[in-house]
Ligand binder design. Structure first.
Ligand code: PTJ
Length: 254
């Protein structure tokens, strides 16, 4: 473990990186997960490493969507298990969502390590672990096509943090609402999800739980209005404009 001085101007980002590297060393994260983190860091840097207004709006819409869901499921991959296992489980408790381990770079040993971490952090039921309950989601070639009959397959709303491109489209085609956390507003997942939270999952996940608690008392009509007032394309464009502004500002300083 590297010692990161708290006074370092980018200490928070370096702590996130450290969590991911620790997760890799514990066998939770795929090697490719380190590359995904690098890509995320680049976008986080360009976005100013903070939760912007567009992300806050997406978080509110996601909270409303999750409170309306009948069968919500949170999909867990290696990066998420390393970065925020406790916070993901807390969210699942607030919205009564099932947790399903679903890996792109499938590997039984890694899956078991992820399950262990989730259990250590309080998860009681974890789907995606019993081959007898598995089935295929149409329209994907990767290992992500194998899903749990009682989980993602029958879910109405699926949360897919840090996702690769194909599955979001397949989930949409299967009639599901998709919520993602993705720092890259240009990614296929960002562009095809119903609600894209363009923020670091480590910052946004707790904000989402807080928003769920805030909106929990709202009636169906109010929740529906929050969802229909939200425009994902417009929100993504705002993030792209934000990146452009930050780049221009930095170019002027240089
Ligand atoms: O554990 P597995 O096998 O399921 O694999 C997980 C990874 C993440 C390796 C896999 O899904 C993958 O390769 O994803 P991609 O295609 O690299 O996409 C990940 C997206 O998440 C990219 O657009 C990144 O910018 C973004 N990202 C990376 N870190 C974060 C992030 N978004 C939010 N918060 C982060 N911390």
């Amino acid at each position: 473990m590297t010692l990161i001085p708290k006074s370092h101007p980018r200490a928070k980002s370096l702590f996130i990186r450290e969590k991911l590297v620790n997760g890799f060393e514990k066998g939770l994260v795929a090697r490719e997960g380190l590359l995904a983190q690098g890509r995320g860091e680049a976008f986080d840097y360009l976005l100013g490493e903070k939760t912007n207004q567009a992300a806050k709006r997406a978080i509110k819409a996601a909270a409303a969507q999750l409170l309306q869901a009948q069968r919500p499921v949170i999909s867990i991959n290696g990066n998420v298990a390393a970065l925020c296992p406790k916070e993901i489980i807390e969210l699942s408790v607030h919205i009564k969502a099932k947790l399903e381990v679903n890996l792109f770079y499938t590997n039984e040993k890694r899956k078991q390590a992820i399950i262990k971490v989730l259990k250590k952090n309080g998860a009681t039921e974890i789907l995606g672990t019993n081959p007898k309950n598995s089935t295929r989601l149409q329209g994907i070639d990767s290992a992500r096509r194998i899903v749990d009959k009682n989980g993602i397959f029958t879910a109405d709303v699926v949360v897919v943090p840090l996702e690769d491109g194909d599955r979001t489209m397949a989930l949409r085609k299967a009639g599901k609402k998709v919520i993602t956390f993705d720092l890259n507003p240009l990614s296929r997942t960002s562009q095809t999800a119903n609600i894209t939270i363009v923020d670091n999952v480590t910052r946004a996940i707790e904000l989402l739980s807080s928003e769920v608690k805030k909106l929990a008392g709202k009636n169906e009509k109010n929740l529906q209005k929050i969802i229909s007032d939200f425009n994902n394309k417009k929100n993504l464009t705002e993030n792209i404009i934000q990146i452009k502004k930050n780049l221009t500002r930095r170019a002027k300083i240089a």
